[in-house]
Ligand binder design. Structure first.
Ligand code: SF4
Length: 443
């Protein structure tokens, strides 16, 4: 389908949302002209994050493929390379453009690179392998690139993390599975000294046994405490992604001062959770995972416990829902239930990555994503969860269209700009996007 055909099918959906939805759903590729022109561009390149997100190829840093492109209204879009995508980034007469089968659709740009982008620690570890400036307003910090669910063959079926780590180590220098806490603190100290990026997402693979003699919570707390010290005892707007914990472990995480946690369920339907997330199902379980999230809400507060869902994976073959509307209905029921308990679900669109068990599968239809977003927005309004979220603003959500639906469909307050900073880097800015001037470059 061309972008025009998509817009005809959903005439109320604005162009930036449609471009982003399609680019996340089906991926993009780069024309030879764009690849040549990118040699002169400085932007964070793909290859340092925990997941690849690619199909038909595996991009590492040496290919110099941008991690994110932006539309003229500053909509950030994560680049997921798919060699068979109908969409590509092209370069002609001094401009990059998002292009479909009929030609250029909209101009694109790339997010600025920070000055420290190519720095390395004394032992050769690349700063980017620890702190990746993934969006214009965000650092993605990976503490542990290896997930022990893989060791036991219990990894989530959509995940390619440990496979991707092996590829990166083979092809690149400066890649480490787990930098030490003092190294992480030092790199983040440098990264946040430069103005521009205010939000921090901390992630890492699951630790089931011990790493450096520490269990998962002790291992992660060492990092969180070192990072807090690097920030002068205060936290920037930050969130830690970790499996669901309970009791004393949860309290220890709270004591580090981290403002929020993301305990990612990934898929709502109970039977599909068992199949798609076998490690999470076996070690914690569907019901217990939720109970622990609700316990965490008591400690951290409403809206400060997030849970990611891999949108669309509930349609994976052969076990998934057969129709888009069945899948949407199931997932929205889960979102409604979680929001009613103070948990804020978020989404990351599924791509059947080459290093995952679901390699080669078809992406869900456009209908699934449009109807899911419509329903999600309604639920957010019903439960009173406004955007931005903790550690997420419009400039940091390149993998999710939540900010875009919010900006285009939710009436802005009378003052179009609202700032009520709650701490260093805490951001609740909500601004109207400028109009996307270039609706169509085709002449
Ligand atoms: S918990 Fe699942 S998604 Fe996360 S790194 Fe491990 S296997 Fe991958």
């Amino acid at each position: 389908m061309s972008i025009e055909e998509c817009l005809r099918a959903y005439p109320d959906v604005p162009l930036p949302i449609m471009i982003k939805t399609e680019a996340l759903r089906l991926g993009t590729r780069f024309s030879p002209e764009a690849l040549a022109a990118l040699r002169g561009v400085q932007t964070p390149f793909k290859g340092y994050t925990i997941f690849s997100g690619d199909r038909g190829t595996t991009v590492t840093a040496r290919e110099r493929i941008p991690h994110t492109f932006t539309l003229e209204d500053a909509t950030p879009v994560a680049v997921r390379v798919n060699v068979n995508s109908p969409y590509y980034i092209h370069y002609r007469e001094g401009e990059f453009s998002f292009t479909d089968e009929h030609g250029p659709v909209a101009k694109v740009g790339f997010i600025p690179a920070p000055s420290w982008l190519n720095n390395c620690l004394e032992d050769g570890t690349a700063f980017q392998a620890i702190a990746f400036p993934s969006q214009a307003d965000k650092i993605l910090c990976t503490l542990h690139h290896y997930c022990e669910f893989w060791k036991f063959g219990k990894q989530c079926l959509f995940c390619d993390s440990s496979w991707f780590l092996r590829v990166k180590k083979r092809r690149e220098t400066g890649i480490v599975a787990a930098a030490r806490p003092e190294q992480v603190a030092r790199v983040l100290g440098v990264a946040f000294q430069e103005s521009g990026r205010r939000h921090l997402t901390i992630t890492g693979g699951t630790v089931l046994s011990k790493v450096r003699g520490k269990d998962e919570v002790s291992f992660f707390c060492d990092y969180l405490n070192a990072i807090r010290e690097a920030f002068g005892g205060l936290w920037w707007s930050a969130i830690l992604q970790i499996v669901a914990h309970t009791g004393d472990e949860l309290r220890r995480l709270r004591e580090t001062g981290i403002p929020g946690l993301a305990m990612n369920m990934e898929v709502w339907d109970r039977n599909l959770f068992q199949v798609i997330c076998p490690g999470k199902a076996e070690y914690i379980g569907w019901e217990e995972w939720q109970r622990r999230m609700f316990e965490a809400v008591e400690l951290f507060g409403r809206g400060r416990i997030l849970s990611n869902f891999v949108a669309g994976v509930e349609m994976a073959r052969p076990f998934g829902f057969k129709t888009a509307m069945e899948a949407v209905k199931s997932t929205l029921q889960g979102f409604d239930y979680l929001m009613s308990h103070g948990v804020l679900p978020r989404k990351d669109y599924w791509t059947p990555d080459d290093g995952s068990a679901l390699k080669g599968q078809q992406s869900p239809p456009l209908e699934y994503f449009i109807e899911l977003e419509r329903g999600y927005l309604e639920l957010r309004l019903k439960h009173g969860f406004s955007f931005p979220y903790v550690a997420h603003c419009r400039s940091c959500t390149a993998n999710d269209v939540v900010a875009d639906w919010d900006y285009h469909f939710v009436k802005l307050p009378e003052a179009t700009k609202e700032k009520n900073a709650k701490g260093p880097g805490e951001c609740s800015e909500r601004v109207a996007p400028p109009e996307l001037k270039t609706r169509n470059l085709r002449t």
